[in-house]
Design a protein around this ligand. Structure first.
Ligand SMILES: [Zn+2]
Length: 248
């Protein structure tokens, strides 16, 4: 089975989602793990997981969306996730994003810690965003002693990648690996037992400049892993399926 471990199906319109899921089915995609980014998105993600067999839910709060929320609002989202523990596979998308102004950093860190603790409490993997905060994200995950970690689209240095590997966490290979030398190197240095594939749909299209990526394209990441690791596509598929069963 092929697995897309990180995408945003709820960014598409309902009639598009139906077609996207159908097309994904034709490529042999069996699991589409779609991510929630705020209260509304979490609800939508759960309803999609109920509607489509192949769609699984991750519930979270995107770091730059979290910043404008009150403590009470954040607590509400955490409660919602707790209540839906049995309907979800993971916490995500959460993490740090230092693209925005510096005043946000402390609050982002504090919220991120709360979600790591939640993932430990619920015993669910945490799917982590880390834009321009790659070292900080690792530090906090180590500090809070997170175990089941998937670093999504990790763009930090290979030295940091090594740290992730040593922590026995997982990394994803996004579909833009077709032209991204960074992710091609990540495939080289990370053992296959710690890899997943993702599309981050609608982003990170395998063709440079193209928009509206979709989960069916995740096969491009699998192909690149097979090519670089010098194994067959079927072996790649099996290994990543084993990883999924081990972690989720
Ligand atoms: Zn994402």
């Amino acid at each position: 089975m092929f697995i897309d471990v990180h995408c945003h199906l709820d960014f598409f319109k309902d009639n598009e989602i139906k077609k996207i899921v159908e097309r994904a089915g034709k490529t042999g995609l069996n699991i589409i793990l779609t991510q929630g980014i705020d209260a509304k998105s979490n609800e939508k993600v759960l309803s999609l997981a109920e509607k489509y067999d192949v769609v699984k839910a991750a519930l979270g709060l995107y770091p730059t969306d979290a910043i404008s929320l009150s403590d009470k609002d954040i607590e509400k989202i955490i409660d919602f996730i707790r209540k839906n523990r049995d309907k979800m596979m993971a916490i995500g998308e959460v993490g740090l994003d230092y693209k925005e102004d510096e005043k946000q950093h402390e609050k982002q860190k504090e919220i991120f810690r709360r979600f790591i603790k939640l993932s430990i409490e619920l015993d669910k993997p945490i799917i982590v965003h880390s834009r321009k905060a790659e070292a900080e994200v690792i530090d906090i995950l180590e500090e809070v002693k997170a175990k089941k970690v998937v670093m999504h689209c990790f763009s930090g240095s290979l030295k940091l990648v090594k740290k992730i590997v040593d922590n026995k966490w997982f990394l994803t290979i996004p579909t833009n690996v077709t032209f991204s030398e960074h992710f091609q190197k990540v495939i080289q240095v990370v053992p296959i037992g710690q890899l997943f594939c993702e599309t981050d749909s609608p982003y990170l299209h395998p063709i440079k400049g193209e928009k509206n990526n979709e989960p069916g394209n995740v096969i491009e990441s699998y192909k690149k892993i097979a090519e670089i690791k010098k194994i067959t596509l079927i072996e790649t598929e099996k290994k990543l399926e084993e990883n999924y069963k081990k972690l989720f």
